[in-house]
Each structure stands twice: as structure tokens, then as C-alpha cells.
Design a protein around this ligand. Structure first.
Ligand code: UD1
Ligand code: CA
Length: 480
């Protein structure tokens, strides 16, 4: 039987106090709606429809890279039932089960969705509601169950604002996640009225409508309330992010990674880390990053979309983005690797070194204060302190090539495009504008000149000046 997914995301998200669509706010580094889409995709739905309204254009743009999504615009937003109704034409002619998800409930697992589908189809239900028993039901719709004769089945759902004081005592809540049989669904949705406390069309009213028609309504109760937590405010956003991070950290530690302080390890969901790697406090590892085994990532490091090999040491306060670092490399402290820096085995990148779109070959070293951009650096090369590749001529970015075993003296400028041949030396303080042949030494400064006795002359003239000044002050005082 076909599965169709509808995600509601048209609401204003007033309590976020944001100019940005609520479902684009990041939960543990990933837009809220991406979490929902990932869970939905695990069911291989035939169609996926997103109901948008507020900030519709920015939301569509943010999801443009994802194929197979249909957007329907709900304008104005008259409630969750009205939101579903706007998908009717998009789903015309489809059959099977409709899974209704909420863009602001991001922790729902693929497992629960699978259970929801199986329970729903197994019971031949018209609707199946995901519920949870919680300590603090405030704000949620409550599940009203029938009498013992009806087997304590669900009778209806009442919203907090419409509930009697007695109903507010109910601790079983509506998660806002449902499975519906498409058969007859939109006819039932059309019969929902808005005569309630919020003058909205409530989707949960379907429960009572189906029960009156004698159709089966089922529930699936999740044991973990965290899973169905909705996000309505920044405080909830932070709380849900923390839950996601805690889960990820627990997973990593179970797989043999040491997190010295899990509370300050900010590791995104898709990151992988090998065993016996140690992560110090205050580290961010983001996006599609992989880190090998036996590494040590020190405090203050941020790594984004990068591949780190085995036994790599990343010392304090490095930033590594969109780059690759091979096995047995040391980086930092205070190094910046970006835009496809490619550091090969056993290389060393020291403090205040920036690598941009640069290959640093196996065993090569750049230990202090350098800018290496658009460079191809061979193996066992030594880059002295203060070396700069002048890669930009104001119009184009040009390449610097440094072949194996070359030695670049401190404070050198290599004006690209330029090649330093295999094993060549560049003398300290050189400005290199022309290629250096293999095995040559390049120097560019003029011959050194020493001026004998210069210091003594300088000292004498300073003394004479001081004496003149003192004499001037003395004569002013005697005049006064
Ligand atoms: C809803 C449920 C409530 C449940 C809770 C779980 C209703 C009437 N109530 O309440 O029983 O306990 O979720 O989190 O459904 N949306 C639209 N268009 C609209 C209105 C809402 O797309 O016109 C979207 C929102 O963007 C959001 C979702 O529907 O993603 C839920 O809406 P929200 O206003 O947050 O409903 P709750 O009051 O939380
Ligand atoms: Ca909500």
C-alpha cells in the first residue's frame, strides 16, 4: 500500500519572535524540517507534500536542493485541519495511507513512524494518533478515552483551551502526528467546524467524526516524551538541540570515543569519529565531518565538512572547514585550514598558519606564521616562518608550485604563478617572481652593507639633543 507524507509548516511560529520560518531554525546544527524529512524518507513515501504559508518563499528556497517535494501554500492559516485540506488537489487520485507530520516536531524516530504505519494498516483504521503520557501536559491536546465498554479506546481529542478542568487533568497528550486512510479523508476534513475557543479548524476533531461514523481509530503511545516534543520557542529549541546532542554523544561514547566533557561537545548528527579519539571540552564538529581513530581534538577547535585521518592531533583553537587532513598529521594551535586544504600524511601545520585550497605534501612542514593559498606543495618540503604565497594579482588567483624537498627560507614572498623546483632553496626574505630551477638557491635582496661605528655616532647625537633640551627648561625656570 502506498504511503504519502504531509508535513505541516505554515504556522507563524509567533513565540519564536523570528523573521525566519520556524522550521528552518537549526536543531543541533540542522534545520528542524530536515530532521522531519529524514524520518519521513525512511518510509520511502510515494509523495511528500509540505504545507507552507509564513515565509513560504524562503522555506521553498531552503529546500530547493531536495528532489520530490511538493509545496502547497495555505493562505490564510485557519488551523491544522484547514492546512491538510489545502493538500487535497495535490493528493487527488492517490490511495493508501497519509502520514501527517508536523514541521516543528523534529525528534520523531523512523522506528515510531514504522510502528505507526504498521499499527494503522494492521487495524484497518481510518486514523491512528501518536500519543504520549507526560508529566506536564500543559499546552497540548488531551486524549479523551471512552468507557470501559468501548475498550478504553480513544473517543476524541480536546485542545487545552477548550478543555474542562477535569479534562486538563488528563496526562495523555496528542503529539500532532497521525496516520490516516486516504479513503474518505478529505470528505471528513471538510465536515470539521471551527466553533471552538480559537475559531480554528482543528485536525484532531477527525477522531470524534470517525468514531461517530463507526470507523476504527487507533493510538500508538510512545514511551519517551522527548520524541514528540514540539518546538514553539527558543527555549524549546535549545532544549531539543540538547537532547539531540546528548543522544549523539552517547552513541559516540558507546562506540569508543572519549568526550572529556559531553556537555560542551557540539557534534552534529552525521559526524563519524573512530575509536580511541579524544575530544576535549568546547569543541564543535559539524556537517559531514569524519574523524579517524586515535586522534586528539583539543579545546576550542571547530571542524566543518572535513575529513580527518587516524592519529591526527588538532591542537587548541584551530578552524578546519571543507578540508582533508591525512593520517599522523599535527595541526595548530591556532591554524586555519579552509576551502579544500589537503594536508597529506605526517605533515605538520603549526601556529598561525593558514592553508587555502592548498596541498601540503607528505612529511612537509609549515610550523609558524604563513599564508599558503592556491599552492601545490610536494613531499618533505620545509616552509619557513612568515612565508606568503602571493596568489592574487588583483584579478586572478594564481598557483604556486613547490616541488619535493624544497626549502623556503623565512619571510619569503612567492609571487604566483611561480614554481620552486625539486630540492631548491629560497633564501630568507626573498621575493620570488621567477621560477627557481631544481637544486638552485634563490636570493633576491641586495648585498648587505655594514656601517662601522654607526651606533656610537647615534648615541652621541642623542646625548647632545638631551643636553640642549635641559638647558632650555632651566632658562625658562629662571625667567619665571
Ligand atoms: C497541535 C494540536 C494539539 C497537539 C499539538 C502537538 C491542533 C488543533 N492541535 O497544537 O492537539 O497536542 O499540536 O504539538 O492541531 N499549522 C499550519 N497551518 C495552520 C496551523 C498550523 O500549517 O493553519 C502547522 C504549524 O506550522 C505546525 C503544526 O501545524 O507545524 C501545528 O500547529 P500549532 O499551531 O503549533 O499547533 P499546536 O497548538 O501546537
Ligand atoms: Ca506546536
Amino acid at each position: 500500500m502506498d504511503t504519502h507524507v504531509v508535513i505541516l509548516a505554515a504556522g507563524k511560529g509567533t513565540r519564536m519572535k523570528s523573521a525566519r520560518s520556524k522550521v528552518l531554525h537549526r536543531v543541533a546544527g540542522r534545520p528542524m524540517i530536515e530532521h522531519v524529512l529524514a524520518a519521513a524518507e525512511s518510509l520511502k513515501p510515494r509523495t511528500t507534500t509540505i504545507v507552507v504559508g509564513h515565509q513560504a518563499e524562503s522555506l521553498k528556497k531552503a529546500l530547493a536542493g531536495r528532489p520530490g517535494l511538493t509545496f502547497v501554500v495555505q493562505e490564510p492559516q485557519l488551523g491544522t485541519a484547514h492546512a491538510l485540506q489545502t493538500t487535497e488537489s495535490a493528493l487527488r487520485g492517490q490511495a493508501g495511507t497519509l502520514l501527517l507530520l508536523s514541521g516543528d516536531v523534529p525528534l520523531l524516530t523512523a522506528n515510531t513512524l514504522r510502528t505507526l504505519l504498521d499499527t494503522h494498516t494492521g487495524a484497518g483504521a481510518a486514523a491512528t494518533v501518536v500519543t504520549c503520557v507526560v508529566d506536564a501536559p500543559h499546552g497540548y491536546g488531551r486524549i479523551v478515552r471512552g468507557s470501559a465498554e468501548s475498550g478504553e479506546g480513544i473517543a476524541r481529542i480536546v485542545e487545552e483551551k477548550d478543555a474542562t478542568p477535569g479534562e486538563r487533568q488528563i496526562c495523555e497528550i496528542n503529539s500532532g502526528i497521525y496516520a490516516f486512510a486516504l479513503e474518505g479523508l478529505f470528505d471528513a476534513v471538510r465536515s470539521i467546524a471551527s466553533n471552538n475557543a480559537q475559531n480554528e479548524y482543528y485536525l484532531p476533531d477527525l477522531v470524534e467524526i470517525f468514531r461517530r461514523q463507526g470507523r476504527v481509530v487507533e493510538t500508538v503511545t510512545v514511551p519517551n516524551p522527548n520524541e514528540i516534543r514540539g518546538i514553539n520557542s527558543r527555549i524549546e529549541l535549545a532544549a531539543v538541540s540538547r537532547i539531540v546532542r546528548e543522544n549523539k554523544n552517547a552513541e559516540l561514547m558507546a562506540a569508543g570515543v572519549t568526550l572529556e566533557d559531553p556537555a560542551t561537545a557540539y557534534i552534529d548528527g552525521e559526524v563519524t569519529i573512530g575509536p580511541d579519539t579524544i575530544v576535549h571540552p568546547g569543541v564543535s564538529i559539524e556537517g559531514l565531518t569524519t574523524i579517524g581513530a586515535g586522534c586528539e581534538i583539543h579545546s576550542g577547535v571547530r571542524i566543518v565538512n572535513s575529513q580527518i585521518g587516524d592519529r591526527v592531533q588538532v591542537f587548541n583553537h584551530c578552524v578546519i572547514t571543507d578540508s582533508a587532513v591525512a593520517d599522523d598529521v599535527n595541526v595548530g594551535p591556532f591554524a586555519h585550514l579552509r576551502n579544500h586544504a589537503d594536508v597529506r600524511n605526517r605533515a605538520r601545520v603549526g601556529n598561525f598558519v593558514e592553508l587555502k585550497k592548498t596541498v601540503l605534501g607528505a612529511g612537509s612542514k609549515s610550523m609558524h606564521l604563513a599564508y599558503l593559498g592556491d599552492a601545490i606543495i610536494g613531499d618533505r618540503v620545509n616552509i619557513g616562518a612568515g612565508t606568503i604565497t602571493c596568489n592574487y594579482d588583483g584579478v586572478n588567483k594564481n598557483t604556486t608550485t613547490i616541488e619535493d624537498e624544497a626549502f623556503i627560507g623565512s619571510d619569503s614572498q612567492l609571487i604566483a604563478p611561480v614554481t620552486i623546483g625539486k630540492g631548491a632553496y629560497v633564501g630568507s626574505g626573498a621575493t620570488i617572481r621567477e621560477n627557481v630551477p631544481e637544486g638552485a638557491l634563490a636570493v633576491s635582496a641586495g648585498k648587505q652593507r655594514n656601517i662601522d661605528g654607526w651606533v656610537a655616532t647615534k648615541v652621541k647625537s642623542r646625548q647632545a639633543q638631551a643636553e640642549r633640551q635641559q638647558a632650555a627648561v632651566g632658562s625658562r625656570k629662571s625667567e619665571a
